[in-house]
Design a protein around this ligand. Structure first.
Ligand code: PEP
Ligand code: MN
Length: 337
């Protein structure tokens, strides 16, 4: 439930309302605008206390969020949420590109890719240290050693970095070395993992599952936010359909739909979404045209030797050219990269 206070309500009067919210066992989320203060009552069945707040002088009007996800909904926060990490803004007018290998392999290869993507204009480096592989016999990632490589990359290049946590006990660890914690498609409904990510203060890149509806994705975001971490990015990375000419079907419908339903930044992963190098660029451009706030793209200098997802990884030279094209598409839709 959202309580909008009267224009010009004093801080003291607003505090009284906040105190009442707390007393009834709810968590207040307060947005203080220039003229108007808005208080979100976080918790179950807040509407039963509607009368209590209607009777308070400071309250101008009360609205209810009918969607099952509340904090993630556009009703809760009308403007786009902007996530700020050390000077970088995600969800603002600038489109943020994240790029790097699927998995962190050796220090040498990782640093080489990082330098190349940085030169192409990237601000966030991606690389998995804990890899959710379909087969238990394939490379599972370097674990903490991989995270240490990422923190070296961070130090030596100044790039921010994002990496996946697959289990509850990996969340703090990834947060220790990286700037953004990724929750992968296969874990989008691992509720304990979501809650643990919600207890951190690091931003979370939440990937849509391959069989997750948009509503379920938003409910997963709600799990994270319900624990107090509002820095969530939603990531479309392809869903499973009857189509088998590509790895997954990149659901670009999700971009405008998510932007309408939610205030959270929307990132698109065309690499996993289509899964074939040759098509990644065109889908990246389509994602920008569709209104994505960011992209996450896999890049590898020797894809044939990559320990995971080589077939969908772009060569650094292809990535560099793509960045130039993306800039043009971005400017055509009134954005910037
Ligand atoms: C990845 O980013 O390398 C990854 C495993 O992604 P997803 O969870 O979308 O499959
Ligand atoms: Mn991958």
């Amino acid at each position: 439930m959202i309580l909008t206070l009267k224009t010009g309500t004093s801080r003291q009067e607003a505090d009284k309302v906040i105190k009442k919210v707390k007393k009834l066992g709810y968590r207040p989320h307060v947005s203080r605008g220039v003229d108007v203060t808005i208080i979100g009552m976080i918790g179950e069945r807040a509407e039963r206390y509607r009368d209590v707040f209607e009777a308070m002088d400071a309250v101008d009007h009360i609205s209810e969020i009918e969607k099952p996800y509340k904090l993630a909904s556009r009703e809760f926060h009308r403007d786009n949420s902007v996530i700020r990490i050390k000077g970088l803004e995600i969800g603002g007018p600038k489109i943020v590109v994240m790029a790097g290998p699927c998995a962190v392999e050796s220090m040498g290869v990782t640093l080489d890719i990082a330098r190349k993507v940085k030169a192409a204009g990237v601000s966030v480096f991606r690389g998995g240290a804990f890899k959710p592989r379909s087969s238990p016999y394939t490379f599972q990632g370097l674990g903490e050693k991989g995270l240490k490589y990422l923190s070296q990359v961070r130090k030596r290049t100044g790039l921010l970095c994002v990496s996946e946590a697959m289990a509850v006990d990996q969340v703090k660890l990834v947060g220790k070395y990286c700037d953004i914690i990724q929750i992968g498609a296969r874990n989008v409904q691992n509720y304990d993992l979501l809650k643990e990510a919600g207890r951190q203060r690091k931003p979370v890149l939440l990937k849509r599952g391959m069989s997750t509806t948009i509503k379920e994705l938003l409910l997963s975001a709600e799990y994270i936010m319900s624990q107090g971490n509002y820095k969530v990015m939603l990531c479309e990375r392809g869903i499973r359909t009857f189509e088998d000419s590509t790895r997954f079907t990149l659901d670009l419908n999700a971009v405008p739909v998510l932007k309408k339903l939610s205030h959270l930044p929307v990132i698109v992963d065309p690499s996993h979404g289509i899964g074939i190098r040759e098509y990644v660029g065109v889908m990246a451009k389509a994602s920008v045209a569709a209104g994505a706030d960011g992209l996450i793209i896999e890049v590898h200098p020797k894809p044939e030797e990559a320990l995971s997802d080589g077939p969908q990884s772009l060569l650094p030279s292809q990535f560099e050219r793509l960045m130039d094209e993306l800039r043009k598409v971005a400017s055509a839709v009134g954005r910037e990269i």
